[in-house]
Design a protein around this ligand. Structure first.
Ligand SMILES: Nc1ncnc2c1ncn2[C@@H]1O[C@H](COP(=O)(O)OP(=O)(O)OP(=O)(O)O)[C@@H](O)[C@H]1O
Ligand SMILES: [Mg+2]
Length: 363
């Protein structure tokens, strides 16, 4: 008797496992649930009938078959109802993703249904939001880049036409034309640098270098402008400063943009200071000014490409300097951020790793 029970138990278990494996191969969730539901209802009954027939020669076969059929039907209905509640949100998700793939960036999935399916829909919607943001940013980038390229080109064309029509002498316009060509060249260089940062084509060779020399050379470049506007330039460099692991020419470019920004936003009689201090295993470089500081929107967006606090003053710059600065600092293993100073004015800081590790970093 015990042997028979053991045989039936092992047989039931094996049959259950075989059905589970077969279920996994079925093409749809609905079918998998239906087959599994029917099996779960039938298997115990088959086991009971077979042991009953062997042991007692049962006379209640019809009743048992009816109970088995009712159980199987209930399991089938349950499987379909359950399958619907899982499949419907998944089908909606499939429709939304097909729409998104077809280029409808506003397509979103319904976030209802069982928790796991709703979580997938939520993740899909977040991906849609992010994609929409990225496409918007790209659209803006192209619009702003073409605007900034068109402005100096239009002014060059107007000056050329004036000279061609004899309305002005070439030498009247030569300095202005040179300025416009320089501005165009700088903008194209910046766009090229950003494209190289994006594509990973910019390979930065890191070496151990002192920051003091870079600070001095950067200040020399803006001395004339600062003294013309009576802005004092100050440096505060910690005595025990370690060497930095960096690409000096890239650090100089970052520093120069930060100092020029600070000068541009500091009124006459103000002050701009470069502070360099060690902090654990890195160096922190801070450019402080006594200007207007940063509005909340500036703090959020100033490192975005082409973002300028005051778009009307387009002659001041393209709004690419800080985006490039961030790319260059991060390519050297540092961070960059901006904050308001307590007594007024702004501070833009970046870090560089202290000299220790060696190697090539590709941005
Ligand atoms: N020190 C600062 N004080 C106040 N606002 C600042 C300061 N530095 C940057 N900003 C704001 O951040 C914006 C973006 O700066 P970013 O250096 O990227 O561009 P830009 O200086 O306008 O042009 P570019 O650097 O390409 O010549 C500036 O237009 C300005 O509104
Ligand atoms: Mg700038």
């Amino acid at each position: 008797m015990i042997l028979l029970a053991a045989i039936v138990a092992v047989g039931t278990l094996t049959a259950g496992l075989v059905v589970a494996v077969i279920c996994r191969r079925l093409p749809s969730v609905r079918l998998q649930l239906a087959v599994f539901g029917v099996t779960v209802a039938l298997l115990p009954l088959v086991a009971i009938i077979s042991t009953g027939v062997v042991m007692f020669d049962s006379t209640h076969d019809l009743t048992i078959v009816l109970v088995a059929s009712a159980g199987a039907l209930a399991a089938l209905v349950g499987a379909f109802v359950l399958g619907r509640s899982i499949l419907e949100p998944m089908l909606r998700l499939r429709t939304a993703s097909a729409d998104l793939a077809a280029g409808h960036l506003g397509a979103r999935a319904d976030e209802s249904g069982p928790t796991e399916v709703a979580e997938v829909a939520r993740a899909f919607n977040q991906m849609g939001d992010r994609l929409e943001e990225l496409f918007d940013a790209r659209r803006q980038l192209v619009a702003w880049a073409s605007h900034d390229l068109r402005t100096p080109l239009a002014s060059l064309q107007a000056m050329l036409e004036a000279v061609e029509d004899g309305l002005a002498e070439p030498e009247d316009y030569l300095p202005a034309m040179r300025d416009q060509v320089t501005a165009l060249g700088a903008l194209v260089d910046d766009l090229f640098e950003l494209a190289r940062l994006d594509s990973g084509a910019l390979t930065i060779e890191l070496r151990d270098a002192g920051i003091e020399g870079l600070v001095e050379s950067c200040l020399r470049g803006v001395e004339a402008e600062a003294s013309a506007r009576q802005i004092s330039l100050e440096t505060r460099i910690d005595d025990a400063l370690p060497l930095a692991r960096c690409a000096p020419e890239k650090v100089e470019r970052v520093l120069s943009n930060l100092v020029r920004n600070a000068l541009r936003h500091t009124p006459s009689d103000g002050a701009v200071a470069i502070v360099v201090r060690p902090d654990e295993r890195e160096l922190v470089v801070e450019v402080e000014d006594t200007g207007e500081g940063f509005a909340p929107e500036a703090l959020r967006r100033m490192f975005d490409r082409f973002w300028r606090g005051d778009r009307a003053r387009s002659a001041d710059g393209a709004g690419l300097g800080l985006a490039i600065a961030r790319g260059l600092v991060e390519a050297q293993g540092g961070r960059i951020w901006a904050e308001n100073r307590q007594g007024g004015g702004g501070r833009v800081c970046f870090t560089l790793p202290a000299a220790a590790s060696r190697g090539l970093v590709s941005s």
